[in-house]
Design a protein around this ligand. Structure first.
Ligand code: CMC
Length: 388
């Protein structure tokens, strides 16, 4: 192992070639399959982007409807699986419950779990995309002690999810439409991000030829941590704490600089200038929350915190800018999602990316098991007592 390079956190190691997502972290560029995220945000939809990310091209006419019809037809989960979800602790963290539920998919659908069979992988793709919103909504309904709402095959993907989640409490009219569009855009902006921790995890697990359900359940678990997808929940908790304690922002940032706490929603391994997703999401938050008649207190606080951090050389010298998670929570909160559901929403958005990477890897001529090396720094050989 003398020849191996130590690279903690894989900051400088490319473990595969990929055609899915391009990031230029210095310039703040993000493209899915060559299409800039800004163009997709304006012209596309989450489902179209999911198709693009998974299959590599924008859908030919008719293909998007076909895809969406398949998802509608497969949105139900087996009754037993519903009972399994209902039997888990209802106040447990939704990410833990979701990962467990996804893990069982291979047991309910073992006819689509063979990675060597392309038709099975395709069927599993449809099942995962179709059922994850149903699973997420059921977990949420359980957490608030309400009956689950079955998927409605007449509704679109995002609409169906918000209906299964909020039922009749879903806002209608102009506000309902605005919220629906906002969820769609947020999912779209999360659809892929090359080899982030959860996607790398999906690839690593899949590299042992584990099936797609096991691999994606592992991705859900990787996403749950506060350094990764769990950051959106952590940001909201941080904002709540700042508001409730009444601490001055400068004093809070002093605590960050003293390394007592991290400024959640700031910093990124790859973006060293700005995170293009964060810009989009800040615009969206402004549209939804910056209303003269009804300004959102937490959004205002987030804006002031962002401004205070960006004035401080600690952050600018380290190139720490708001990332995708900084402004999402205030939007989700305003829509009525509790903060422990935020990372579940991230998972719904990231699912196409996980699937695309799992599938790409299966066809990679360089495909082999992920097996990093280490630098051993433990004890040299020593004798077990009584053995010499
Ligand atoms: N608050 C305060 N200091 C920070 C932060 C932060 N959020 N992020 C990085 N730093 C400092 C860090 O202490 C280090 O300083 P020094 O060189 O003096 O030791 C320097 O900046 C470089 O940081 P790093 O830890 O080497 O950066 P990393 O690439 O290993 O970590 C990160 C990236 C995203 C995990 C980290 O920035 C972080 O913990 N941010 C807060 C959590 C967060 O918002 N995560 C979401 C990431 S984006 C979407 C996603 O993946 O879900």
């Amino acid at each position: 192992t003398g020849m191996t390079t130590l690279d903690p956190g894989f900051g400088n190691t490319a473990s595969c070639s990929s055609k899915i997502t391009y990031i230029d972290g210095g310039a703040g560029v993000l493209r899915y399959r060559g299409y800039p995220i800004q163009d997709l945000a304006v012209g596309s939809s989450f489902l179209e982007v999911a198709y693009l990310v998974i299959y590599g091209e924008l859908p030919e006419p008719g293909r998007l409807k076909e895809f969406s019809d398949k998802l509608r037809e497969n949105a139900d989960i087996p009754e037993d699986m519903g009972a399994f979800i209902d039997a888990m602790p209802r106040n447990g963290h939704p990410m833990a419950l979701m990962a467990s539920a996804v893990n069982t998919l291979a047991a309910y659908y073992d006819d689509s779990a063979d990675p060597a069979d392309e038709n099975q992988v395709e069927l599993a793709t449809i099942r995962l995309m179709a059922k994850l919103p149903t699973i997420a909504a059921r977990i949420y309904r359980n957490s608030i002690g309400e009956e689950p709402i079955a998927p409605d095959p007449s509704l679109g993907y995002v609409e169906n999810f918000t209906r299964m989640t909020f039922g009749e409490r879903r806002p209608d009219g102009e506000l309902g439409e605005l919220f629906g569009k906002a969820v769609d855009l947020l999912l779209l902006l999360h659809a892929d991000h090359e080899l982030n921790c959860s996607t790398a995890t999906v690839r690593v697990v899949g590299s042992s030829q584990a099936d797609i359900y096991a691999s994606i359940a592992s991705g859900v678990n990787a996403l749950s941590g506060p350094s990764h997808g769990g950051a959106n929940q952590a940001v909201l908790e941080m904002l709540d704490e700042i508001r409730d304690s009444g601490v001055e922002l400068e004093d809070f940032l002093e605590r960050v600089k003293n390394r007592e706490v991290r400024l959640m929603g700031f910093g990124h391994r790859v973006y060293k200038n700005f995170d293009p997703r964060s810009k989009q999401i800040k615009n969206l938050a402004t549209q939804i929350l910056d209303r003269d008649d009804n300004p959102d207190e937490l959004f205002e606080l987030a804006l002031r915190l962002e401004a205070a951090a960006l004035k401080d050389p600690y952050f600018t010298e380290r190139k720490l800018y708001p990332n995708v998670d900084f402004f999402t929570g205030v939007i989700y909160r305003a829509m009525g999602f509790p903060s422990n559901m935020f990372t579940v929403l991230f998972a719904l958005g990231r699912l196409p990316g996980w699937i695309a990477h799992y599938r790409e890897q299966l066809h990679d001529p360089a495909f082999r098991i992920a097996r990093p090396r280490q630098h051993y720094v433990g004890s040299p050989e020593r004798r077990y007592p009584g053995q010499g």
